[in-house]
Design a protein around this ligand. Structure first.
Ligand code: DX5
Ligand code: ZN
Length: 218
C-alpha cells in the first residue's frame, strides 16, 4: 500500500499546528526529522516538539532519528508520542539493541541507511524491523537533489524484506520522480520540500499520491 509522509522539516516553523492540519487528511503519517548536530551537521526537532504536536493531531508520527546515540533517547521519543522510530545503521549504537528497545516500548521500528551504505549491512535486521528507510539524499538538510546511487539499493532491499514490510524513501522526492521509486519497490514516500514547500501543501500531497499510485501500476 502506498503511504505518503510529509516531512515537517520543510513546514513553516512559526505555525506547525496549522501546517499539520492542512495535510493530515491527505497523508498517512507525519515524518519528523530529529538531528543532533553530531551524526549530521544540523540540529532540528527534539522531544518537546514531538510531545507538543502529539496534543494537536492523531496522525501517525514517524520519527527519523539522525542522532549519534539513539539508545539514550528512544524511550523519551516513545513517551512523547512517536509511533514509528527509525535509527541509522551508521550510528555507533548497536542497531539490534535499538530495535529491541523500540519494540519493547510497543512502537514500530525502522532502520535507515545512507545512499552509499551497502544494503547487506542491514540484512541481519530484516526479520526484526517493521520498516526500512532508504535515504535518497545524504541526511542533514531538506531541499537537496536525489542521489542516484541510492536507487540501486531499493530493489535489493525489497527483495530482502519481502512484499509486506514498509520501504520508505526520503530526500529529494516530488510528484515527478516518486513513480520511479515506487516502480523499484518503495511504498512510503517522504517529501518535505515537495509537500510543505509548495504553495498548496494538501494539493501537493494528493498529487504525489496520484503519481506514486501510477508508478505502482507500471
Ligand atoms: C533529510 C531528512 C529528510 C528531509 C527531506 O536529512 O531526513 O526527511 O526532510 O526533505 P526534502 O523532501 O526537502 O528533500
Ligand atoms: Zn527524514
Amino acid at each position: 500500500m502506498i503511504k505518503i509522509a510529509p516531512s515537517l522539516l520543510a513546514a513553516n516553523i512559526s505555525k506547525l499546528g496549522e501546517e499539520i492540519k492542512k495535510i493530515e487528511d491527505y497523508s498517512d503519517m507525519l515524518h519528523i526529522d530529529v538531528m543532533d548536530g553530531h551524526f549530521v551537521p544540523n540540529i532540528s526537532f527534539g522531544v518537546p516538539v514531538v510531545a507538543g504536536l502529539r496534543k494537536i493531531t492523531s496522525m501517525q508520527f514517524d520519527v527519523h532519528l539522525m542522532i549519534e546515540n539513539p539508545l539514550k533517547y528512544i524511550e523519551s521519543f516513545a513517551k512523547a508520542g512517536a509511533d514509528i522510530i527509525t535509527v541509522h545503521i551508521e550510528a555507533p549504537d548497536n542497531a539490534m539493541k535499538c530495535i529491541q528497545l523500540i519494540k519493547s516500548l510497543g512502537k514500530k521500528a525502522g532502520i535507515a541507511l545512507n545512499p552509499d551504505t551497502p544494503p547487506e549491512k542491514i540484512k541481519y535486521l530484516t526479520d526484526d524491523i517493521d520498516m526500512v528507510l532508504q535515504m535518497t539524499v545524504f541526511p542533514g538538510f531538506g531541499g537537496q537533489s536525489m542521489e542516484k546511487q541510492a536507487l540501486a539499493n531499493i530493489p535489493k532491499i525489497r527483495e530482502m524484506i519481502g512484499g509486506k514490510k514498509d520501504l520508505q524513501a526520503d530526500g529529494g522526492i516530488y510528484a515527478e520522480n516518486c513513480g520511479k521509486l515506487v516502480g523499484l519497490g518503495v511504498n512510503v514516500i517522504v517529501s518535505g520540500t515537495g509537500i510543505f514547500g509548495q504553495k498548496d501543501s494538501a494539493a501537493a500531497a494528493k498529487e504525489i499520491r496520484k503519481a506514486a499510485i501510477s508508478g505502482e501500476a507500471r
